[in-house]
Write a protein that binds this ligand. Structure first.
Ligand SMILES: Cc1cc2nc3c(=O)[nH]c(=O)nc-3n(C[C@H](O)[C@H](O)[C@H](O)COP(=O)(O)OP(=O)(O)OC[C@H]3O[C@@H](n4cnc5c(N)ncnc54)[C@H](O)[C@@H]3O)c2cc1C
Length: 322
């Protein structure tokens, strides 16, 4: 019996969430006296997982899985789970994993808990704490099935190094033609920019910036941090910024280490999507703006005055400390 994780990757490289998931799995493995096995898809060398306590990697390499395909990926993971007799199967909360995890749970008749924010509170009965109601509350969920599937919230555990002697094995699961009835013909990717999903720091602008012509101050601050840029819903609805930058309940979730909100009022639908970020900095001209209630640091003032000054400070700090 081992704990199985799906170590997500992009273009042959593991995502940071794969290492966070491995760290989480290692801790449960220690509690259970068992080992951690990772499934990787189209990663030439999984040795980077050894630093985070993974004991074994099952490496699947096939052009058939070059494009994401939830059903086929789920099939691969189900077969890996059967091979390893895995009782706990872990996913991160990236978009792709959130498609795969329920399919795996259904296929294995397993109980499934998403948005998990900490180690199991108890192993018997098996209880985990989760975010609920758009991250406004916590619930404790008990899973009574033999096999358990969990999706761990981003940034909810962190990276914990724990060296292991990783063994790697080629794994060739059978792929079902019926899983490939949908084919990706082409994909267009944002290039040369940090994506919101992967960013440690996100600088986000709202309607307080008055118009798209003023986004230079947001981009300059983001560049100083090496951050991704984001925006509130009305900003993307107005066409000031691309829809890919819209964050919130109906947009992308943000679980960055630092989220800087500039000229955003802090409506519940916006907060719902950024709540999992660790440190929230709010810059707003209105001292009564609701966003200040959830801010770790708040600056009351005109964004057009404050943001360029902040950018200069960050640049100077980086120059001194590089
Ligand atoms: C079903 C539903 C789903 C929704 N989903 C989302 C979602 O996913 N994401 C989302 O963002 N919204 C969402 N919304 C919209 C949400 O309710 C708010 O309307 C929206 O978040 C407000 O955007 P904003 O803060 O940019 O604009 P505003 O509410 O207009 O706020 C602008 C802010 O800028 C400040 N400001 C003005 N000038 C300056 C200045 N010079 N310097 C500094 N600050 C300044 C103002 O004080 C104000 O607080 C949703 C709404 C509904 C009904």
């Amino acid at each position: 019996m081992s704990i199985l994780i799906y170590a997500e990757s992009a273009e042959g490289k593991f995502k940071k969430t794969a290492f966070e998931l491995a760290s989480y799995a290692k801790k449960i493995a220690e509690q259970n006296g068992t080992t951690v096995t990772a499934v990787t898809i189209n990663v030439a060398d999984a040795s980077a997982l050894a630093a985070y306590g993974v004991d074994k990697a099952l490496n699947v390499t096939t052009d058939k899985l070059k494009s994401f395909n939830a059903k086929a990926y789920a099939d691969v993971i189900k077969q890996a789970a059967a091979k390893e007799s895995a009782k706990i199967i872990l996913f991160s909360s990236n978009t792709d994993s959130l498609y795969i995890a329920p399919l795996v749970a259904v296929g294995l008749e397993a109980g499934y808990a998403s948005n998990v924010v900490g180690l199991p509170q108890s192993l018997s009965p098996f209880q985990v704490k989760r975010h609920a109601f758009s991250n406004k509350a916590f619930v404790v969920t008990e899973i009574s099935s033999d096999v358990k599937v969990l999706a761990i919230g981003k940034n909810s555990f962190g990276l914990v190094e724990s060296a292991s002697s990783l063994s790697q094995e080629d794994f060739a699961p059978s792929l079902n033609d019926s899983d490939f009835t949908i084919k990706v013909e082409s994909s267009e990717k944002v290039t040369g920019k940090v994506t919101i999903a992967d960013a440690e720091v996100v600088v986000s602008g709202g309607r307080g910036l008055k118009g798209p012509e003023n986004w230079g101050i947001i981009e300059d601050l983001a560049a100083a941090f090496g951050a991704a840029t984001a925006c509130s819903k009305p900003v993307s609805d107005l066409g000031w910024r691309p829809h890919s930058e819209h964050v919130g309940q109906t947009g992308k979730p943000v679980a960055a280490n630092l989220y800087i909100a500039v000229g955003i009022s802090g409506a519940i639908q916006h907060i719902a999507g950024i709540n999992s970020s660790k440190v929230k900095v709010v810059i707003n001209a209105d001292p009564e703006a609701p966003f200040f209630k959830v801010a770790d640091y708040g600056v009351v003032g005109d964004a057009f005055d404050i943001v360029p000054k902040l950018t200069e400070k960050i640049k100077a700090f980086k120059a001194q400390n590089s």
